[in-house]
Design a protein around this ligand. Structure first.
Ligand SMILES: *[C@@H]1O[C@H](CO)[C@@H](O)[C@H](O)[C@H]1NC(C)=O
Ligand SMILES: *[C@@H]1O[C@H](CO)[C@@H](O)[C@H](O)[C@H]1NC(C)=O
Ligand SMILES: *[C@@H]1O[C@H](CO)[C@@H](O)[C@H](O)[C@H]1NC(C)=O
Ligand SMILES: *[C@@H]1O[C@H](CO)[C@@H](O)[C@H](O)[C@H]1NC(C)=O
Length: 492
């Protein structure tokens, strides 16, 4: 793997509403779906050893949120943990409700023993997403699950209805008990040894394994009937590792990425970065037997691999032969990312074609360059954006804004581009104006692939390359058919 190369990804962000707008639109006509969720600890054994997991209604992973475009979702969330709990909906647009995006700083966590009711409107959205706990590294213990938003019946979908539709949550996993994890840099990290490692300025430890729908290797199984076509909605819900996903003897036709219908390219394997979701179609067109589904870590010197089974319903035969190999180079991954394009003629959540929104013709009103860095402050490993490492405020920012409480945060407390000097601790808030159309350049100098997620928004990924970003790179931007998504990888 090529080291010490700077890679940039470029995104355009349309700020739909000022982050501080307080308009709340309720759509009274769309159906409501009510959920009662009880968050508890429970013993799970995904890797054979008992460990303390975080369960939702007794389930690990949590229940899937099944919905249709424009549904209203109401979740009464009961927190039975010893700590505050907060859940975030990855990729769900929060055009008007950024104060309840499920992130610390904007949304109040549910205190232990209490319940809150979360309401969301899946307005003008389709596709595959997931939810996860956003506080205290709870994600390392569970509390995550899939979200699917189906198209409304009258909206054309650019492929035939599949015979089955499976959510596949993949992610790296530590077998250390959540209870023995200790606090370090706003996070809770597995084991005491880790604290020393992190305080020494190193990365999070290498995980123990990869789970597929909460199960260890060779456990999860997906049934397919010979000759039929199935949709798999694959999300990387892990902590740090890019995962490569592939199926022995079968090709995958990519149809959707985080709510955008894509050009239906065929892939033998897909790199799925932390926080990303992909929908593929697979056809059970091979000899009736069982096949390996393989998931392995990418860009790591040690490679972890887990398998699941693609089971033909009339098969009596366990999977055999060799597990398909993953690609090993970075350029392959970069080229694959560039090949993912929006289908301009297909409909999205509305009947009109996705391509009728000409994002390339909108004038950019602002450029923001975001560069990550790592450093030690007070003997702790910290991470920063443009040299500012975020410190949560005691008062949620939205409340401070609403009630005009002074001194909680300052607008513009993080610069629009990287600066010289040491990392500073701040409650960083960047202001944006209503209807801004923003060019965001992500720059990664850290020697480890980064995955950037813009909570509550989507952006068009118009470029991605090695080297240092420069003005001339704009000439290479894809201003026609880039996918709109909420999470982008930036390689090192
Ligand atoms: C880890 O959690 C399991 C399940 O809750 C429990 O049985 C075990 O004693 C715990 N181990 C440690 C070291 O805390
Ligand atoms: C807490 O749960 C109770 C019982 O389900 C419900 O009546 C109440 O409205 C909930 N409170 C909040 C703040 O959501
Ligand atoms: C794009 O969508 C259209 C309309 O549904 C479909 O006919 C076409 O095959 C798709 N094109 C590609 C390249 O996937
Ligand atoms: C973008 O700016 C140009 C030049 O100022 C202007 O002619 C054009 O109308 C603008 N386009 C849009 C979509 O606002």
């Amino acid at each position: 793997m090529e080291k010490h190369q700077l890679l940039w990804s470029f995104a355009m962000l349309w700020v739909f509403a000022s982050p501080f707008s307080r308009v709340w639109v309720v759509n009274g006509e769309s159906p409501y779906r009510f959920y009662d969720w009880h968050i508890t600890y429970g013993t799970i054994r995904p890797l054979g050893v008992p460990q303390e997991g975080i369960l939702i209604n007794g389930q690990f992973p949590g229940p899937e949120i099944y919905s249709v475009t424009n549904d209203n979702i109401v979740i009464n969330l009961h927190n039975n943990l010893r700590e505050p709990f907060l859940i975030s909906m990855n990729g769900i647009l929060q055009r008007k409700d950024s104060w309840k995006d499920g992130m610390y700083g904007t949304t109040c966590p549910v205190p232990p023993g209490k319940n809150h009711t979360i309401t969301m409107h899946f307005k003008d959205q389709i596709g595959s997403f997931f939810y996860f706990p956003s506080l205290n590294f709870h994600k390392a213990a569970g509390g995550f699950g899939a979200i699917r938003i189906q198209s409304r019946p009258m909206i054309p979908v650019p492929f035939d209805p599949p015979a089955g539709d499976y959510s596949v949550l993949i992610g790296d996993w530590y077998k250390t008990n959540y209870t023995v994890k200790i606090h370090c840099l706003n996070f809770i990290l597995p084991s005491l040894i880790l604290k020393k490692i992190m305080d020494g300025g190193n990365r999070l430890l290498f995980p123990d394994s990869i789970l597929i729908n909460g199960q260890g290797s060779n456990s999860a199984s997906f049934d397919v009937e010979p000759g039929k076509t199935y949709r798999l909605r694959i999300s990387n819900i892990g902590l740090q590792n890019t995962l490569n996903f592939r199926i022995q003897g079968h090709k995958m036709k990519l149809v959707e990425v985080e709510g955008t219908h894509t050009q239906q390219n065929t892939y033998t394997s897909l790199d799925i970065h932390v926080g990303q979701s992909y929908s593929v179609l697979i056809t059970a067109d091979q000899t009736s037997k069982d096949y390996f589904i393989a998931v392995s870590t990418r860009f790591t010197s040690q490679v972890l691999e887990s398998t699941a089974i693609l089971h033909y319903t009339n098969s009596q035969q366990k999977p055999s032969g060799s597990i398909p190999e993953a690609p090993t180079d970075e350029t392959w991954s970069l080229n694959q990312a560039r090949s993912i394009r929006m289908n301009l003629t297909a409909s999205g959540p509305r009947p009109n074609p996705q391509g009728s929104y000409h994002y390339g013709e909108i004038n950019v009103t602002r450029t923001i360059r975001l560069a990550n860095s790592a450093g030690l402050i007070n003997h702790k490993q910290r991470y920063a954006v443009n040299k500012v490492s975020f410190v949560p405020a005691d008062t949620p920012l939205k409340l401070a804004d609403h009630f005009k409480i002074e001194g909680v945060f300052e607008l513009g407390s993080i610069p629009d581009k990287n600066v010289q000097g040491p990392i500073q601790l701040k409650t960083a808030v960047m202001a944006a104006d209503f209807r801004d159309f923003v060019e965001i350049v992500f720059e990664n100098k850290e020697g480890i692939l980064q995955s950037w997620h813009l909570n509550g928004y989507f952006f068009f990924v118009v470029g991605m390359d090695k080297g240092t970003w420069h003005d001339a790179a704009r000439k290479q931007y894809n201003l026609q058919d880039a996918v709109a998504r909420s999470t982008v990888q930036v390689m090192d």
